[in-house]
Every structure is written in structure tokens, then in C-alpha cells.
Design a protein around this ligand. Structure first.
Ligand code: NAD
Length: 300
């Protein structure tokens, strides 16, 4: 079987080119530059790298980004008050709190303080619940990016068996809901699942987001399956790998995402899509529906 590589970098680049045009049009048309506020708490090096990447991506497409940093021990009230101020700030259209938070913070309270209209990570209860009934404003960036990759490759979802390995609130669960809304038949596995392979082997489309290197071996994958590897793991020798045995599984899959260069760049791209959309919604809310359609919206 000849495998095709789903190149998240290339798909992301195409979408970002269109976002650049949309940002420029919004600025010329409405005098509004989309603005993203990023809150980073504590000194976790991985979080800092993610934040730097996101902010650089903003700069590249013309989105204004602002970093707000707090030490590990910032009092909860200070953090909440800072988010409330950003909720009211007319030049901030999106707010992102980099996760994970240091353990003593109440992550739910923090995320639910973010205004639904500025929740560009899609983690507010309204946006999470919206995934069930279809009224979401912003979809969580990683599963949203996976959907874009599949749509870009014209991989049908309706009626197909989708197995998701990993059931976190930010990847696995929203992924399952998004697949169900597209009429896929979905199985979700997690760390307590007995015999993960009995589910993965049935999958036409396998999405893996567990954070365990080499979790998915070739004998667990159906010939011709589409394999999406969300995992990002740093090995002791410094290499970055996903959750899938890429070489082995590539011999059986019809499509596969690499790590790095698959889902990761799409996650950042979808953050840009959501921030642009938040700024457009702000303009439409405050001045009426005057905007031409965004070019980046019709990219699949
Ligand atoms: P998490 O730790 O919150 O959740 C992991 C999930 O995997 C849990 O549901 C757990 O039960 C399940 N799991 C763990 N071990 C398992 C096993 N042996 N078999 C089956 N299920 C198992 O993690 P997360 O935040 O969802 O992230 C998952 C992975 O995806 C990590 O490697 C993370 O770095 C990566 N990630 C990548 C992106 C991206 O943009 N590519 C975005 C978010 C997360």
C-alpha cells in the first residue's frame, strides 16, 4: 500500500496566506487589527515554546499579539481580574490562557472567566457544549485542525468507523463530538480501555492523542486506514515523535500525518482562524454585518 503523507505544514501555510489577506482587508475595511492576548503563568519551558510559536505565527499574518506573564504563585484574583479587563478591552478580540496551569490554579474557573466571544481556544463551557448541539462559536484548535486536514484530503467521514485514542477535554472528547456531527461512528479509548487494539483495528480513521510514544503499532491498524497522530513526545535523545510507530504504520495506512509537521502546525493555524473570526464578529457586532466573506473560511 502506498501511503500519502498529510502535510500539516503545507495545508497550514495555504490557510495562513489567506488569513494574511483577510487580516489586511479587515484592517483596511473596518480599521480593526485582530488582537490576541496570551496569558502565560509560571516558567514551564515547553509552555514558553508553544506561546512563542503562537505569537510568531500571529506576527506573520498581521495579527497583533500581546503577552501577559505571571509568576507561578500569582493569586487567583489577580489572574481572574486580568481576564475580566481583557474581556472589556476593545482591541483584544481573542484571549488564550496557556495550559497546563500550575496545579494550585482552578483551571475551570480561569477558562470560564474568558468571554465566550473571545474564547479562541474553544475551552469555555458554552463552546464545549456547543459541540454537542452544533452552536459552537469557536472550535478547539487541535481537533478543528484535524478536521481541516481530513477535509483538505477529501477523506469522507460519513458512516465511517473512527477510533480516537485519548479522551482529554482538549483533544479526544471534542474530536469525538466533531466526528459524530459529521455522521461518523465513533469509538473513544483511554488509559483504562481494555485491549485498545480491538478498537483501533476496526478504524477507517484512527486519531491518536495519548502522549505515549509507539503506542500504535502496525498490527493494531487496518490496511488502508487513515492515521492522524496528534501526540507530541520528546524522547530522551531529544527527538520529537508522535504516538504512532510512523515507519511501521506507514506500510499499512493509506494516509498518515508526520510528527513534527502534521497536526501541530494546524493547531496554531486554527488559533489564527479563530482569532480572525473573533475580530470579524466584533466588527459585525459593533457596526453591523458589513464585511465581505473571509477568504480563509472557504479553504478546506
Ligand atoms: P492528556 O494527558 O490530557 O490526555 C491523554 C489521554 O490519553 C487520556 O484520556 C488518557 O486516558 C489517554 N491515554 C494515556 N495513555 C493511554 C494508553 N496507553 N492507551 C490509551 N489511552 C491512553 O493529553 P492531551 O492534552 O490530550 O495530549 C495528548 C497528546 O497530544 C500529548 O502528546 C500532547 O503533547 C499532544 N498534543 C498535541 C497537540 C498538537 O497540536 N499536535 C495539541 C494538544 C496535545
Amino acid at each position: 500500500m502506498t501511503v500519502r503523507i498529510l502535510d500539516g505544514r503545507a495545508i497550514g501555510r495555504a490557510i495562513r496566506t489567506r488569513i494574511t489577506i483577510d487580516v489586511d482587508e479587515l484592517t483596511r475595511f473596518a480599521g480593526v487589527v485582530p488582537g490576541l492576548a496570551v496569558i502565560l503563568i509560571g516558567g514551564d519551558p515547553a509552555s514558553r515554546v508553544y506561546v512563542t510559536n503562537k505569537m510568531k505565527a500571529c506576527v506573520d499574518v498581521g495579527i497583533r499579539s500581546t503577552l501577559i506573564e505571571y509568576p507561578d504563585d500569582v493569586p487567583a484574583e489577580v489572574l481572574i481580574e486580568s481576564i475580566r479587563r481583557l474581556n472589556e478591552d476593545p482591541v483584544t478580540h481573542g484571549i488564550l490562557v496557556q495550559l497546563p496551569l500550575p496545579p494550585h490554579h482552578d483551571v475551570r474557573a480561569v477558562l470560564h472567566t474568558i468571554s465566550v466571544e473571545k474564547d479562541v481556544d474553544g475551552f469555555h463551557l458554552y463552546n464545549v457544549g456547543g459541540l454537542v448541539v452544533g452552536d459552537t462559536i469557536f472550535s478547539p484548535c487541535t481537533p478543528f485542525g484535524v478536521m481541516k486536514i481530513l477535509d483538505h484530503a477529501h477523506i469522507p467521514l460519513e458512516g465511517r468507523n473512527v477510533t480516537i485514542v485519548g479522551a482529554s477535554n482538549i483533544v479526544g472528547k471534542p474530536m469525538a463530538l466533531m466526528m459524530m456531527r459529521r455522521d461518523a461512528t465513533v469509538a473513544v479509548c483511554h488509559a483504562k480501555t481494555r485491549d485498545v487494539a480491538q478498537y483501533t483495528i476496526l478504524a477507517d480513521i484512527l486519531v491518536v492523542a495519548a502522549g505515549v510514544p509507539n503506542l500504535i503499532l502496525p498490527q493494531m491498524v487496518r490496511t488502508g486506514a487513515v492515521v492522524i497522530d496528534v501526540g507530541i513526545n520528546r524522547l530522551p535523545d531529544g527527538r520529537l515523535v508522535g504516538d504512532v510507530d510512523f515507519e511501521g504504520v506507514s506500510r499499512k495506512a493509506s494516509f498518515i500525518t508526520p510528527v513534527p509537521g502534521g497536526v501541530g502546525p494546524m493547531t496554531v493555524t486554527m488559533l489564527l482562524v479563530n482569532t480572525l473570526s473573533a475580530a470579524r464578529r466584533f466588527v459585525e457586532r459593533t457596526r453591523g454585518p458589513i464585511l465581505p466573506p473571509a477568504h480563509s473560511e472557504d479553504i478546506t
